[in-house]
Design a protein around this ligand. Structure first.
Ligand SMILES: [Zn+2]
Length: 321
């Protein structure tokens, strides 16, 4: 398992609380994506379920630890949006609450992980709310959130919050070089392409995704003021994993906006024409909203072609639709 050193202090505190049997019923693990919150939640869940924890750590050998490794522990629950969906509906939350009332099977308590908690729609959040102060049947609820501003304040106020903060950029880059065994240049590019998410950057370094990222960036640089190329480019990227593709398009819009505002002209941008910042910002928002609409039945090839066409028309005076 990857170790995220910037979560060490929080882990230490949790181990102390666990040893003193002072773990609250509802914990909110908050912080930007990719900082290792999920790994932290899983570690804590394992320790809470373990039959013979050692100094606040899961022993790794008991029946509970064995079942967790096998992926099927009867006292451990996890709620996430369904594949391809972004929202967590009320029905699965109700079903979970129903199962938490039952007695534990082997562990001293039950643990439910909600990931990410902000995916709950308002009805789901309301259903959970009633159970957060005193969860049924000695349960510990672990809510993991990438963006707590999207969580109802009533939910936040009923949880003990553990805030995970990003390390300094230099420490993050060093960690990525250590983990991946790669040099400064690919590490910097991976941080750019992941929006400074350490876990995502590491995954990209390990999967060799950076070439694709650079290719996309080069093509975006060449597409400006050439609307006729939008169609062929959309066709070329039609098979790309859509979540990542839209994220990259959003990140590149934001990156270009940042560079232009600071007076830097990136080498991949093959135009000297002026690009209006407000249109770039609008395109970034559109990429984000298209990403959130994935799976809603819209033709993703058309969305992509339309977005690329707008990108190609950045230097024109027409507003973004
Ligand atoms: Zn154990």
């Amino acid at each position: 398992m990857v170790n995220y050193p910037w979560t060490d202090a929080t882990q230490e505190r949790l181990r102390e609380q666990l040893q003193q049997d002072r773990i609250p019923h509802a914990l909110l693990l908050a912080g930007a994506p990719g900082l290792g919150k999920e790994a932290l939640a899983e570690q804590l869940a394992a320790a809470l379920l373990c039959l013979q924890p050692e100094e606040g750590r899961a022993c790794g050998v008991c029946r509970s630890c064995e079942l967790l490794r096998g992926g099927a522990h009867p006292d451990r629950f996890r709620l996430s949006p369904e594949e391809g969906k972004t929202q967590l509906q009320v029905d699965p939350v109700r079903e979970l609450l129903g199962r938490l009332v039952l007695t534990t099977t082997i562990s001293p308590r039950k643990v439910a992980v909600l990931y990410p908690a902000e995916a709950m729609n308002i009805n789901a959040a309301n259903a959970l709310l009633k159970n957060l102060e005193e969860p049924p049947g000695d349960t510990v609820m672990l809510l993991v959130s990438h963006d707590i501003s999207r969580l109802p304040i009533t939910i936040r106020s009923r949880c003990q919050r553990l805030q995970i903060n990003a390390p300094e950029p230099e420490a993050m880059a060093q960690w990525l070089m250590d983990q991946s065994g790669q040099g400064r240049e690919p590490v910097n590019l991976a941080l750019e392409a992941s929006g400074a998410s350490p876990r995502e950057a590491l995954a990209m370094l390990e999967a060799g995704d950076l070439e694709r990222y650079t290719e996309l960036q080069q093509q975006l640089g060449q597409l400006i003021a050439k609307p006729a190329q939008a169609g062929p480019m959309a066709a070329e990227w039609a098979d790309a994993e859509p979540q990542q593709l839209w994220r990259w398009l959003s990140l590149n819009s934001a990156l270009l906006l940042r560079l232009l505002l600071s007076g830097t002209h990136p080498s991949w941008l093959r135009t000297e024409r002026e690009l209006p910042p407000n249109k770039l910002a609008a395109l970034q928002q559109k990429a984000d909203s298209n990403r959130n609409r994935l799976g809603s039945g819209l033709r993703k090839d058309l969305l992509l072609q339309e977005w690329l066409l707008e990108w190609a028309r950045l230097p024109s005076s027409e507003p973004i639709r």
